[in-house]
Write a protein that binds this ligand. Structure first.
Ligand SMILES: Cc1cc2nc3c(=O)[nH]c(=O)nc-3n(C[C@H](O)[C@H](O)[C@H](O)COP(=O)(O)OP(=O)(O)OC[C@H]3O[C@@H](n4cnc5c(N)ncnc54)[C@H](O)[C@@H]3O)c2cc1C
Length: 484
């Protein structure tokens, strides 16, 4: 730990919420010499680690196995033991297909991994000298946090020079249809399932709904995705969303568009989801993925001078300040962008600001995001819809993955790389990658957007041959303007 001088060492920071917004901030604040206490009611790592990012991506890692095996047949790989009299090239020459999903084992691994990650974060914070108080916290004015400890002991009062509020959000439920953890489920309750649902209804076709619908479909479940909009992933790149919806349908998923769910109720052996137009969809389980509500009510925020938006989100500026002096906020409770990476960045920025370190205000268009479906959809920079809405001038080119030599070798068909650039300055404004592992491939475009590189800068860098990233350089080359 580096010390920044005696005055900073005395700065007492209290962080309410130990998710990525909170624990990343705690580490930065310690490094900058502050005394730091994190108050957390659930476990270190927050929802990101215990119920949201880590569990969902671990489940999806298992589902990916199944989508990879789909490609295997096209590559000449057969699973199981060939029949004794099988002739080369016979598709039906297996005596045992040999793949099944043990959901109890998958979920056990998911939960073990989440718990281990939470323990790692706790150990790291302990090592760095961050104090952790386990319990429910609330503000008592802008400079004091009161904690009701988990064990039921007397309240703990923490005096602070600055407070960071990073309390996250909780799943929104369907009105009048509370989740019961058995048949009507939120995404935090999925990991208790011991066997694959016979028929899973997923309500909500945003990122969370699409990821789980894709994963369960890949694991072999009959999935119906109920979407209130024209297509899945409203708000995402339209070409990417259309491609994904096509892939979902081709894998046998039922996608009900323009279908708003009104409620869900248990039946004798499952659930019935009623739609606003009177239709009823029956299934064995329903996953409700209709967004999240910030956990900001009843914890003394407004009384401390912190302004909340009508949605309940804390209003913050680009360095994470709230309207109350000395109170900062980060992560999902601010509604800036519900991503772990953004929460962590907002938390770090808050601590740099309050502790007098160099600060770069958050730049939302630079945020790279990924949807962990199969194929994945990664985006960075300005979207085409945002460029059009702003009336900005731009040029764009799309290269299908099916033209990439490495993709052909790997048997990948569905996907593309798309770039947006300024027509005169040729600066890269944004990009979309739809591909397996798009989350890894987006980084060169993120660098280009962050550092205002031109399409020629991108095109002139070497890529490995053959590689999927070759398509990124190629699409940049296609946007090159010859000198007049
Ligand atoms: C299913 C799912 C998958 C996701 N996948 C991704 C992904 O792949 N990548 C990505 O970047 N983002 C992903 N996200 C978003 C990501 O989970 C959030 O953006 C991230 O968790 C926000 O971090 P946070 O610190 O703001 O809040 P959280 O992680 O929610 O942490 C807040 C913590 O505060 C605690 N808390 C709340 N109130 C109090 C209180 N009064 N006292 C004490 N403690 C309190 C809570 O218990 C919680 O542990 C996903 C979200 C979901 C729902």
């Amino acid at each position: 730990m580096t010390s920044q001088g005696p005055d900073l060492q005395a700065t007492r920071i209290v962080i309410l919420g130990g998710g990525p917004g909170g624990y990343e901030a705690a580490l930065v604040a310690r490094r900058l010499g502050a005394e730091v206490t994190v108050v957390e009611r659930q476990g270190l790592g927050g929802s990101a680690v215990l119920t949201d990012v880590v569990p969902s991506k671990t489940l999806i890692a298992a589902a990916e196995w199944m989508t990879s095996t789909e490609r295997a047949a096209g590559l000449g790989i057969r699973f199981g033991v060939p029949a004794a009299d099988a002739r080369p090239g016979e598709a039906g020459d297996l005596v045992a297909p040999g793949i099944s999903v043990d959901l109890a084992a998958v979920n056990q691994r998911v939960m073990a991994l989440a718990a281990a990650q939470s323990a790692d974060i706790r150990a790291r914070l302990d090592r760095e000298g961050v104090v952790t108080v386990l319990g429910e916290g609330r503000l008592d004015g802008p400079r004091r946090v009161v904690v009701r400890p988990r064990g039921g002991e007397a309240d703990v009062v923490l005096e602070a020079d600055a407070v960071l509020v990073s309390v996250g959000a909780t799943p929104r439920e369907l009105p009048g249809s509370p989740a019961d953890g058995e048949r009507i489920l939120t995404w935090t309750q999925l990991y208790g399932l011991q066997a694959l649902p016979e028929k899973l209804i997923v309500v909500g076709s945003g990122v969370t709904g699409a990821e789980f619908a894709g994963a369960y479909n890949a694991l072999g479940v009959d999935v119906t995705l109920v979407s209130s909009r024209d297509r899945v992933l409203p708000g995402e790149d339209a070409d990417a969303a259309e491609l994904l919806e096509g892939v979902f349908r081709s894998r046998g998923m039922t996608v009900l568009s323009r279908s708003r769910a009104a409620g869900a109720e248990r039946t004798a052996d499952g659930v019935a989801v009623s739609l606003a137009d009177g239709r009823v969809v029956e299934g064995s389980h329903v996953l409700v993925a209709v967004g999240a509500i910030p956990a900001t009510r009843g914890i003394g925020l407004e009384e401390a001078g912190v302004t909340l938006a009508p949605s309940g989100h804390v209003v913050v500026d680009k360095v994470s300040r709230t309207t109350a002096r000395g109170v900062y906020a980060a992560g999902d409770c601010t509604g800036v962008l519900p991503l772990a990476s953004v929460a962590a960045m907002q938390g770090r920025i808050a601590m740099q600001h309050v502790l007098g370190d160099a600060v770069r205000p958050i730049r939302v268009p630079d945020v790279a995001a990924n949807i962990f479906t199969s194929p994945e959809i990664a985006t960075v920079g300005k979207s085409e819809a945002a460029l059009q809405a702003a009336g900005s001038k731009y040029v764009t080119t799309t290269l299908p993955l099916s033209r990439n030599p490495r993709a052909k070798m790997l048997g990948m068909r569905d996907g593309f790389v798309k770039l947006f650039a300024h027509p005169e300055a040729a600066v890269v404004l944004g990009g979309v990658v739809v591909s397996p592992r798009a989350s890894e491939l987006i980084f060169p475009i993120t660098l280009a957007v962050s550092h205002r590189l031109t399409v020629d800068d991108v095109a002139e860098a070497f890529t490995v041959y053959p590689s999927l990233s070759g398509s990124i350089a190629e699409v940049a080359r296609m946007l090159h303007h010859p000198v007049d």
